[in-house]
Design a protein around this ligand. Structure first.
Ligand SMILES: Nc1nc2c(ncn2[C@@H]2O[C@H](COP(=O)(O)OP(=O)(O)OP(=O)(O)O)[C@@H](O)[C@H]2O)c(=O)[nH]1
Ligand SMILES: [Mg+2]
Length: 389
């Protein structure tokens, strides 16, 4: 299984940088040179600055139109770099990481997703994006809603992470982001690490691709972990992974089409009866009634880890809230703009111009009278006859 992680914008490249730390192939793309320099693990030759001619390397200030333009302008460079990293071996899945609320990631990611789909039709393009916090206000919410719509047309799945759900009260925001990013990487990396591991009842790349090829719908990754000594009933731990506190998106999992559950832990704990009990419960719950499963007994392991991927979701409160709020914001913004234009026109029409009020300044003749004075003695050309006429 080969995955390439591509981070776009600041949030996206920070997440991609963490993937690089745990040995995934990762690329960073940004309009901000400073933010690219700040990364720690992605090697410099895999950091791509885009849109320099329009931003001077200073970011796009949460304007997705500029993010889109920067990605479009430098798409040949980006695709060439990606091509050189890929080489001759196919990539199964491109994971594009980004923040939904900014400008570079929100504007650039859909452009890149479309180009990758076109150039690599057999690979999947999966977007992993962080949804803005409620308190960020109007622009991030609108950026997120429009980007969700654009990505739903080009990506195979959108793994949306709700920052609101993972932020713990009272924490300083950069610490909270770090924790969220770590959580995202921990979950996805654990899942990918369990693909193509030889053994019985394991998962391969084609299972994962099947589950993620879900026509641009939403997906979420649930997670539960416990010390082996503390696990009384594995079934309970598995169920916890897809209950609300295990997921990082407010979503109705009954609307999911497919599921994939990977369980990793000491062999004596992976009891068939307890696993099947939980999986049967999940299969009965989701709309598509299909669950892929992988069990990874590992005698050295002291913890039990469960990763649950649910895809094809259409019913998510986190996403619905953003779309609804964005529509309300957009409606009231457009109304306010029209009103302002109307009021301005109403207020300003009927005003005189300066000439209507003030006499011409004395001593300074106007241009028309100066020209008349100069032309006074010049003969009319049409009256001049040539010799012999
Ligand atoms: N989970 C998470 N979300 C983040 C992080 N940084 C920013 N965000 C979110 O992402 C959005 C901002 O995206 P950024 O990545 O900072 O913006 P950008 O894509 O670099 O675009 P510009 O800065 O406008 O050029 C906001 O809505 C934040 O809530 C992060 O490290 N982790
Ligand atoms: Mg930025």
């Amino acid at each position: 299984m080969r995955a390439l992680i591509i981070g776009v914008g600041q949030c996206g490249t920070k997440i991609a940088d963490l993937f690089s730390l745990v040995d995934f192939d990762a690329v960073a793309i940004n309009t901000s040179k400073g933010d690219l320099d700040y990364l720690k693990h992605i090697p410099p030759e895999r950091r791509i600055l885009i849109g320099e001619s329009i931003t001077g390397g200073k970011g796009v200030n949460a304007n997705p139109l500029l993010g889109m333009r920067a990605m479009k302008d430098d798409l040949p460079l980006v695709m060439r770099k990606i091509g050189s990293i890929i080489g001759y071996e196919d990539v199964d899945i491109f994971f594009l990481t980004f923040g939904f609320g900014g400008g570079t990631g929100a504007g650039g990611t859909p452009v890149l997703a479309e180009a990758l789909k076109e150039e690599y039709p057999d690979s999947l393009v999966v977007a992993i994006g962080a949804l803005p916090l409620k308190e960020e206000g109007i622009r991030p919410t609108i950026n997120a809603a429009i980007t969700l719509e654009k990505l739903s047309k080009v990506a195979d799945s959108i793994i949306a992470i709700d920052n609101n759900k993972l932020k713990e009260g009272g924490e300083d925001i950069s610490k909270a982001y770090e924790k969220i990013n770590y959580t995202i990487v921990e979950r996805i990396a654990s899942l990918l690490a369990l693909i193509d591991v030889p053994g019985e009842q394991t998962l391969d790349a084609s299972d994962l691709k099947f589950v993620l090829k879900a026509f641009g719908s939403f997906a979420t990754v649930g997670y539960a972990k416990a010390e082996a000594a503390k696990v009384r009933n594995l079934s309970r731990l598995i169920i916890k992974s897809f209950e609300s506190e295990g997921l990082y998106l407010e979503a109705n999992i009954e609307s999911a089409l497919y599921g994939l559950v990977a369980i990793h832990g000491p062999p004596e704990l992976l009891k068939a009866k307890e696993i099947f009990e939980a999986l049967e419960y999940l299969t009965g719950k989701i709309r598509g009634k299909q669950i892929f499963r992988g069990f990874y007994p590992d005698p050295r392991e002291r913890e039990v880890e469960v990763v649950t991927l649910l895809t094809g979701i259409y019913d998510s409160k986190s996403i619905e809230d953003i779309i609804k709020t964005a529509k309300e914001y957009a409606k009231s913004f457009i109304r306010a703009k029209e009103e302002a234009e109307h009021k301005k026109r109403e207020l300003l029409t009927g005003l005189p111009d300066f000439e209507d009020i003030y006499p011409s300044p004395e001593g300074i003749p106007d241009l028309k009278s100066v020209l008349e004075e100069i032309n006074k003695d010049v003969p009319d050309i049409s009256r001049i006859r040539r010799k012999g006429e």
